[in-house]
Design a protein around this ligand. Structure first.
Ligand code: FEO
Length: 173
């Protein structure tokens, strides 16, 4: 078997998180679709980019498992939430998803610590830092949507959203 073998408890956690990242990509695509339907094209583009990032995160986990001689298993992805009353609910949902994601990363890291799996710890540390950024842009998004709660506020924010949040969410790309 190639690679540094991975203990079953760590494999279970990384496997779970790998699938969670794929479901996050699906969920962000749903947010983008909702925003596009409301003619909030800036929000839609931003969430599409976020979906792409989640697929990259899944790829990182997949690569780690393959490098360790394990076979990533793709599971069924649950249907994402698609109904929202307004864009504030969309922003709040994004923040809740990232909070759940942070908890999942930390749970995987705890397994890697308990099993003394040093390569998995290093791989997961990247995700721990990434979640600091993810939660920061979500907090900012919710705050800005709350502040834009006036006539024309949401469409004005829509025009500038990518510029405001891209540096935080996508490293300024
Ligand atoms: Fe894969 Fe939004 O963190």
């Amino acid at each position: 078997m190639p690679g540094l073998p991975i203990k079953p408890a760590v494999l279970t956690e990384i496997q779970r998180q790998f699938n969670h990242e794929l479901s996050a990509a699906h969920a962000y695509t749903a947010l983008a679709q909702w925003c596009a339907a409301q003619n909030l094209k800036g929000f839609a583009r931003f969430f599409h980019k976020q979906a792409g990032e989640e697929r990259e995160h899944a790829q990182k986990f997949m690569d780690h498992l393959l490098d360790r001689g394990a076979s990533p298993e793709l599971l069924a992805i649950p249907a994402p939430r698609t109904r929202f009353k307004n864009v504030l609910e969309v922003a709040q949902h994004a923040r809740e998803m990232e909070q759940v994601n942070t908890a999942g990363i930390h749970q995987a890291y705890e397994a890697a610590l308990a099993e003394k799996d040093y390569p998995a710890q290093v791989a997961l540390q990247w995700f721990i830092s990434e979640q600091v950024e993810e939660e920061a842009w979500c907090d900012e998004l919710v705050g800005r949507v709350e502040a834009a709660n006036c006539a024309g506020g949401a469409s004005s924010l829509d025009r500038h959203l990518e510029k405001i949040l891209d540096a935080k969410a996508h490293g300024g790309e």
